[in-house]
Design a binder for this molecule. Structure first.
Ligand code: SF4
Length: 277
């Protein structure tokens, strides 16, 4: 049976001495001034949630970042939309941005996981077998991995679903993308500060042929429904502005975009290097 107890604690646990990342020593880490939640899952993954705990079964700790600040610089926002500040479209876009900021609750969740075993093209993480040659090769030298889900949040998606004007819907879509970006940035800050040091790499199921989108189902099986992201039968995440994958340390930083040939992708993080792996 699932033992799922949620407790919230203030982030004074981050009052450690900080020596990395250009922040001053002995200052609290500048996360949101809010809370994080920790959910303890008995049995390793959803497949085991309803089973009694067996000898040797592990507790997995799901950490939820659920009070992530969402503050967008208005001038920067208008510049991304290519709108002049004194235009009527800009007024409308800023009005939408203010509304969105008042409802948005970007969130992220992650689990500290361990590799059980691997072959050339599979990695078994906390009892779930992922099939990807690249995932196996890229995580060859690490045993600790961080599966994650990040999202713009159901609140802002609900707000955006009431917008019928096509131009405003486009602005709302951009704002949701920024909310997702806030969630991912906060997660990366958290992992970098608390868990991972050195080069941070990540992979996402579905972004490369080698790790198909159908593997989303396995990734989601590691999590509860703590941040409200659902997976459809076609492996689409709802809210659509969500992201899932695995973070890990590696000697050589890996970003999916290295092997993704998509041209003019606005989210590309590094150049296409088809022969790099
Ligand atoms: S180039 Fe774009 S689509 Fe391709 S992996 Fe990078 S972000 Fe994803």
């Amino acid at each position: 049976m699932l033992v799922n107890f949620l407790f919230k604690q203030s982030l004074n646990i981050f009052d450690d001495t900080i020596i990395n990342h250009g922040r001053q020593a002995n200052k609290p880490f500048p996360f949101s001034n809010g809370l994080l939640s920790i959910i303890i899952i008995l049995g390793g993954h959803k497949g085991g949630l309803n089973k009694p705990k067996k000898k040797g079964e592990k507790y997995m700790i799901e950490t939820v970042l659920d009070n992530i600040p969402f503050e967008i610089n208005e001038s920067q926002f208008l510049s991304e939309l290519k709108l002049f500040e004194d235009s009527s479209e800009a007024d409308e876009a800023i009005q939408l941005l203010k509304e969105a900021c008042s409802v948005a609750k970007p969130k992220a969740v992650y689990i500290e996981s361990f590799v059980d075993s691997r072959t050339e093209d599979t990695v078994i993480i906390d009892g779930v077998s992922f099939r990807s040659r690249l995932l196996s090769a890229n995580t060859e030298s690490v045993h600790r991995l961080f599966p994650y889900i990040a999202t713009c949040g159901t609140e802002i998606e609900q707000w955006a679903s009431n917008i019928t004007d096509p131009l405003n819907a486009y602005y709302a879509d951009m704002i949701m993308q920024l909310a997702l970006k806030s969630a991912v940035n906060e997660l990366v800050k958290h992992l970098t500060y608390k868990k991972l040091h050195g080069k941070l790499s990540y992979m996402n199921p579905g972004s490369l042929e080698d790790w198909p989108i159908s593997e989303q189902k396995k990734l989601f099986s590691l999590f509860t429904d703590a941040i409200g992201v659902k997976l459809t039968d076609s492996f689409l995440m709802i809210p659509v502005k969500s992201s899932s994958g695995i973070y890990f340390n590696s000697d050589k930083k890996f970003v999916n975009c290295e092997l993704c040939p998509r041209e003019n992708c606005p989210s590309r993080r590094t150049a296409y290097k088809p022969h790099s792996r």
